[in-house]
Write a protein that binds this ligand. Structure first.
Ligand code: ADP
Ligand code: ZN
Length: 720
């Protein structure tokens, strides 16, 4: 297919990024070659670029199917701010507005069109037929799991997309989702008729999210301390019940935080207003039930707190995944307490459906195990989702607070033999009571006569519970599922009981000693005050344009500005997230803010820390004469200047300089006619100092009046 731009050009110019992430490049190439693609990438992985870049490389229209009206608007706003011609069609628009957009499509004036599935295929397929009469280059199905009943967000209206391939058999189709499970994935492929297309899979790891679990007891004080440390950050706090969200939001407001509650019981207007305020950074903290989050594209959510235990790991992963979509360091903090476990156990009882109850209980048990593990939490999570990982991630509380192991052989022997003496028919609490010699009535008299009875009086109940959890974690014991789990021995426990094998376990007091998580942002040494100034400037633009601030520039782009301190306009193109259009529109304003700050603080630029700037390598002059070179040469012989030749041939002056360099090299032209002797000397000195790899570096270190063309010509005449 004929491309109107290369993916690299679009990435750099429109989006302002210098390299592709994950397997974006392979996905984009697949689509540009006319093939279909199925993309599995976690939230924040960069799915949108997988179809937005092709949309700008391909000649016709890209139609994006998206389930949520709020998300469509967000994406379109973000594209328009980058200078891309994009629009959406949905029920929020008037008939007149819709007609205007159809007209734009008809005139081939749009590159991307976002539509709801029912709009695309509904109403007698009228719109599909209309699209058949214009040039559609690509279909993208976002949140593709909505098509599957196995997914967590089935939408019947997505089913009608099954017909799409019938109407557009030759148009490439890309389906994208952040859903990991195999069942859903296979269903998407079948439903969309993508049977033979490649599946692009990515790790579901979110390396910038730090997982931390803390004891729930007295958690409010700890939460307030955390929020005080992160006053500038936005975050979500999840609670189990509507009442709990209202109470916590009120308490936080009373303590001076900008917090609001969000749950399905609120009026629609209230919900929409609060969501909008959160997106616009007007409310920093959203205290919500799980009703909040679907369709939240806000990229600068810095923390997600679970004030109550989530029901299962799927929910936990999805909710924590809303943090840090911009790739900056973010935190997931869960406050864990036994009270919640009991509460959720009772919720999990589905009357008259034992099978369902068992599944829910099993999922809850794994959630609890995640909270109690002393091993890497990321590893636990990813293994749960079927991914293999390294042992330690060094970015979760357990990795950062490496447990001190102690010899716990004696305690382990006592516990395991108690389980054995009780014939593997009792749960943890009962076993511990027997060990501690409890005189309670519920302890059967025959158990009071056992040799292990009272053998563990020396340790507290909490310490026994700790060892018990660790033994289960390490596979020395196993716990049956169900409402009343019982403890059973394993192969491993037999080695301890009968062969006296040594058992090393984490010291018991570790759990309460969880260190404060390291503050976010600590990695990048950025100027904090400047970062806040930049945020304020961004808010001003956002208000003017009536979009959320993160649409104007992401936090990570502001962070780059506050870290590398660009002082020249030409530095801006090296800041990630600044495309040509945004530089044009906002560049000067942000540059001035950085300049003012640096002048006041007497601080130099740090652009050199960005590492080698990505510059096109200077091509050595090709040996062979070509028609195009010859033509430039002939123009020059007729007396035209380089600029005039460039103008006449619609080429850049640099290209003409390259053409003429060929003839200088050959001896047909004299370099002195183009570059003065003084400039030649300066350029050669600069090449000696800086090498020949970056034209820009040379240019930056030479007087302004020396042009790129002059540098290229001198370079071309020097031996390599
Ligand atoms: P997803 O839809 O998979 O959740 P997004 O498409 O919203 O993720 O991308 C998440 C963030 O990462 C966005 O801010 C986006 O601009 C940024 N991003 C995507 N690809 C790149 C890239 N190649 N380089 C730098 N940033 C990127
Ligand atoms: Zn870890």
């Amino acid at each position: 297919m004929q491309l109107i731009a290369s993916p690299e050009q679009v990435l750099a110019k429109v989006f302002g990024y210098n390299s592709f992430r994950n397997n974006q490049e392979a996905i984009i190439n697949q689509v540009l070659e006319g093939g279909d693609a199925m993309v599995l990438m976690p939230t924040g992985g960069g799915k949108s670029l997988c179809y937005q870049v092709p949309a700008l490389c391909l000649p016709g229209l890209t139609v994006v199917v998206s389930p949520l009206i709020a998300l469509m608007k967000d994406q379109v706003d973000a594209l328009v701010v980058s200078g891309v011609r994009a629009a959406f069609l949905n029920s929020t628009l008037s008939a007149l507005e819709q007609a205007a957009i159809s007209q734009q499509v008809w005139n081939n004036e749009l590159k991307l069109l976002y539509v709801a599935p029912e709009r695309l295929v509904g109403a007698d397929k009228q719109f599909l037929k209309f699209l058949q009469s214009v040039e559609v280059s690509l279909f993208a199905i976002d949140e593709a799991h909505c098509i599957s009943q196995w997914g967590h967000d089935f939408r019947p209206e997505y089913r009608i997309l099954s017909d799409l391939k019938k109407y557009f058999p030759a148009t490439p189709l890309i389906a994208l989702t952040a859903t990991a499970d195999a069942l859903t994935r296979d269903d998407i492929i079948a439903q969309l008729h993508l049977e033979d297309c490649p599946v692009f899979e990515n790790s579901f790891n979110r390396p910038n999210i730090r997982y931390t679990v803390k004891p729930k007891q007295g958690y409010y004080r700890e939460l307030v301390a955390y929020l005080q440390e992160h006053q500038e950050d936005a975050g979500i706090i999840y609670c189990l019940s509507r009442a709990a969200t209202e109470k916590l939001a009120q308490d936080l407001c009373d303590d001076g935080f900008e917090a609001a509650a969000y749950h399905a019981g609120l009026e629609r207007e209230t919900r929409e207003k609060r969501q909008e305020q959160f997106l616009r950074d007007e409310i920093k903290i959203m205290v919500a039930t799980i009703a909040f989050g679907m369709g939240i594209n806000k990229s600068n959510v810095r923390f997600v707190v679970h004030a109550d235990l989530p029901k299962n790991l799927e929910g936990y992963y999805q909710e924590t995944g809303r943090a840090g979509r911009d790739g900056l360091d973010s935190e997931a903090i869960l406050f864990y307490g036994q009270g919640d476990v009991m509460k959720l156990r009772s919720f999990a009882q589905v009357e008259g459906n034992e099978e369902q109850t068992a599944i829910l209980m099993q999922k809850l048990a794994l959630m609890v195990q995640f909270c109690e593990t002393r091993r890497c939490r990321r590893k636990y999570l990813l293994n749960y989702f079927g991914e293999k990982t390294v042992e330690h991630c060094n970015n979760c509380d357990t990795c950062l607070n490496k447990a001190v192991l102690v010899d716990a052989t004696v305690a382990a022997q006592k516990l395991l033999s108690a389980v054995a003496r009780l014939n593997e028919r009792f749960g943890g609490n009962y076993v511990i009571e027997v060990l501690r010699g409890s005189m309670a009535e519920k302890i059967r008299s025959e158990h009071k006569a056992l040799s292990v009875f009272g053998k563990g009086k020396d340790l507290s109940k909490e310490i026994w519970q700790h060892y018990l959890r660790e033994l289960v974690q390490d596979g020395y014991l196993q716990q049956s599922s169900g409402e009343y789990p019982i403890l059973q021995l394993t192969q491993k426990s037999k080695a301890v009981l009968y062969n006296g094998e040594q058992v090393m376990l984490p010291a018991p007091n570790q759990f309460v000693l969880v260190k404060e998580p390291v503050k976010v942002y600590e990695k990048a040494s950025h100027e904090k005050e400047l970062f806040e100034d930049l945020k304020k400037l961004r808010t001003r633009f956002a208000q003017e344009e009536n979009v959320p601030p993160y649409i104007i520039l992401s936090d990570s782009t502001l962070m780059e500005l506050a870290t590398y301190l660009p002082l020249k306009h030409s530095d801006l193109q090296h800041i990630s997230g600044l495309g040509a259009f945004k530089i044009e529109k906002y560049g000067n304003a942000f540059l001035e803010t950085v300049q003012d700050y640096c002048i006041a603080a007497q601080m130099p630029t740090r652009m050199h820390l960005k590492g080698p700037l990505k510059e096109k390598k200077i091509k050595p002059v090709k040996e062979k004469e070509t028609d195009t070179k010859k033509l430039s040469y002939e123009y020059y012989q007729k007396g035209l200047s380089m600029e005039e030749i460039a103008e006449a041939r619609s080429l850049s002056t640099n290209t003409i300089a390259d053409h003429l360099s060929f003839y200088i090299n050959r001896g047909s032209l004299n370099l002195d006619a183009f570059v003065t002797g003084q400039h030649q000397a300066l350029i050669k000195a600069a090449i000696d100092t800086y090498g020949r790899n970056s034209l820009k570096q040379l240019k930056d270190n030479l007087p302004d009046r020396i042009s790129y063309a002059s540098i290229r010509m001198v370079l071309a005449t020097l031996p390599l």
